[in-house]
Design a protein around this ligand. Structure first.
Ligand SMILES: [Zn+2]
Length: 454
C-alpha cells in the first residue's frame, strides 16, 4: 500500500449497465456477474433498482445475501415506496447502501417532475431523512447535476448532507460535460457546500461525447473519491465511464493520477468476457483494455519490436489485465519475423531462403484476404513445397481425408515461442483441402517488411 488516496470503485454494471439496449440479465446471470465483480475487487456493487420489477428486487436481494465483501447498493427514487423497497432488498447485505436520486435541473423539474425548485429541495431532504432512518450508508444523486443551476445544486447537496447522506454523487446524466467543466463543478461544490468535507463526492459520467472517463478523472483530480463506472463501459445510450479504463489509467499513469483502486487487474479480462457472454453483446474490437485488438499488433515494425522487447509498443502487459498473451495478427503489414514465429508454432522451421519465398506468397495472399489464418498458412507451406524442415504432419492426415468442410478443429501444442509471442486464443487451425493458388510475382524486396505501420 502506498499513501496515494484510495478511490472507491462503485460498479453499476448491474443497474445502469443493465439499462443498455440488449443488456438485460436474469437473476442467476446477475448473481454470477456480481460474484465476478467481487473477485474483480469493486468496492460497491449497485445491484439494481428494486422497485422497478420483481426480478430486479430478487436479484438485489440474492446478491445482498450472497456477495458479502462489497457494499451492496439498491437504487430508489426520492419517495417512500421506492426507498422502502430498496431497503427490503439490501438490508440482508453485510454492507447495505440505499442510493436515492432526484433530478435537480430546471428542464427535468419543469418537464419531467413538474415541481418547483423549492419542492425539489424539500423532497430530496425528506427522502434522505427517511432513508437514513433505515440505513446508515446513504448515497444521494441530483440527477442531471451538470445542467443544474450551480447555486441551487449547492443548496440541494448541503440539504441532503444535513439530512444524513454519506456519499454525494454528481451525475453527468446526459454526457454533456467537458473535463475542465466537470472538474470545476466538483471543486465548486467542495468550496461552497457546508459539511461536504465529511462525505464522499462521487462521479457518474455518461459517454455521449466519448468523455466519460476523462470527466471522471477530472472529477477525481478535483476531490471526488468515488467513481461510478461499468465493465466494458456499458450503460444508457453511449454508456458509462469504463471501469477498466479508469483503473488502468490510474495504474499505468500513476505519475499523472496519483490515486489507487482495489481493482484486481488480472480479473479485468475475465469480467469483460463474462459480461459479453451473459448479455450476448460483444465488446467492440478496438475497445481500450478489453477489446480483442487491444493487445494485437499487426504492423511489421510493431511486431518485430514486440518480439524483441514488448515495451517497445506496450504500455501495460496483457497479463496485467488478465489477457493471457498478446496476439500477433498475421496480415499484410506483418514482417518475416512474425511469420517465421507463427510457422514455428505450427511445426515448420525454415531457412532464410525458404522463408523469403514463403513470405512473398504470404504478402500476396494477405493483400487479398486481410487476415491470414493458420489454415491459410499451412496451405501456403504445402504449396510452396518447402518442407525441408520435415514437419510432423501425421496428425493432419486424418483430417485431410475428411475434406475441407468437415475437418475437425485441431489444437496445436503451445511451444515456448508461442507462449512468448503468439495467439492467446489457442493456436487452433482447420485444414483446408484446397489451398489458395497464388501467383508468384517476384517483386517484393526485403526492406518492404517494414514499410507499414511506422
Ligand atoms: Zn447513468
Amino acid at each position: 500500500m502506498t499513501d496515494r488516496p484510495q478511490i472507491t470503485i462503485f460498479d453499476t454494471t448491474l443497474r445502469d449497465g443493465e439499462q443498455s439496449p440488449g443488456c438485460s440479465m436474469n437473476v442467476q446471470e446477475k448473481l454470477r456477474l456480481a460474484r465476478q465483480l467481487d473477485r474483480l475487487g469493486v468496492d460497491v456493487i449497485e445491484a439494481g433498482f428494486p422497485i422497478a420489477s420483481d426480478g430486479d428486487f430478487e436479484a438485489v436481494q440474492k446478491i445482498a445475501a450472497n456477495v458479502r465483501r462489497p457494499i451492496i447498493a439498491g437504487l430508489a427514487r426520492a419517495c417512500t415506496p421506492d426507498i422502502d423497497r430498496a431497503w427490503a432488498a439490501v438490508k440482508s447485505a453485510a454492507h447495505p447502501r440505499i442510493h436515492v436520486f432526484l433530478a435537480t435541473s430546471d428542464i427535468h423539474l419543469k418537464y419531467k417532475l413538474r415541481i418547483t425548485r423549492e419542492q425539489c429541495l424539500a423532497q430530496a431532504e425528506a427522502a434522505v431523512r427517511h432513508a437514513k432512518s433505515l440505513c446508515a450508508d446513504i448515497q444521494f444523486s441530483p440527477e442531471d447535476a451538470t445542467r443544474t443551476d450551480i447555486p441551487f445544486l449547492c443548496n440541494v447537496v448541503e440539504a441532503v448532507i444535513a439530512a444524513g447522506a454519506t456519499t454525494v454523487n454528481i451525475p453527468d446524466t446526459v454526457g454533456y460535460s467537458m473535463p475542465e467543466e466537470y472538474g470545476q463543478l466538483i471543486r465548486t461544490l467542495r468550496e461552497n457546500v457546508a459539511g461536504i468535507e465529511n462525505v464522499t463526492i462521487s462521479t457518474h459520467c455518461h459517454n455521449d461525447l466519448g468523455l466519460a472517463v476523462a470527466n471522471s478523472l477530472a472529477g477525481v483530480q478535483n476531490g471526488a473519491r468515488q467513481v461510478e463506472c461499468t465493465v466494458n463501459g456499458i450503460g444508457e445510450r453511449a454508456g458509462n465511464a469504463s471501469l477498466e479504463e479508469i483503473a488502468m489509467t490510474m495504474r499505468v499513469r500513476a505519475d499523472h493520477y496519483p490515486y489507487q483502486t482495489a481493482i484486481a487487474g488480472e480479473q479485468i479480462f475475465a469480467s469483460s468476457q463474462m459480461l459479453a457472454e451473459i448479455t450476448g453483446v460483444p465488446v467492440q474490437p478496438n475497445k481500450a483494455i478489453t477489446g480483442r485488438n487491444a493487445f494485437a499488433h499487426e504492423a511489421g515494425i510493431h511486431q518485430d519490436g514486440m518480439l524483441k522487447n514488448p515495451l517497445t509498443y506496450e504500455i501495460m502487459t496483457p497479463q496485467s489485465v488478465g489477457v493471457p498473451d498478446s496476439r500477433l495478427v498475421l496480415g499484410k503489414h506483418s514482417g518475416r519475423h512474425a511469420l517465421a514465429l507463427r510457422c514455428e508454432q505450427l511445426g515448420h522451421k525454415f531457412e532464410r531462403r525458404e522463408l523469403d519465398e514463403l513470405y512473398r506468397k504470404f504478402v500476396i495472399l494477405a493483400d487479398r484476404i486481410k487476415r491470414v489464418q493458420d489454415n491459410h498458412l499451412i496451405g501456403l507451406i504445402q504449396d510452396a513445397g518447402t518442407m525441408t524442415s520435415s514437419p510432423d504432419l501425421s496428425h493432419f492426415a486424418a483430417a485431410r481425408k475428411i475434406g475441407p468442410r468437415s475437418a475437425p478443429m485441431m489444437n496445436f501444442p503451445r511451444t515456448a515461442a508461442a507462449a512468448a509471442a503468439a495467439a492467446h486464443e489457442s493456436v487452433s487451425i482447420q485444414i483446408a483441402q484446397s489451398s489458395v493458388a497464388i501467383p508468384f510475382p517476384d517483386k517484393r524486396a526485403d526492406h518492404e517488411d517494414y514499410l507499414w505501420g511506422v
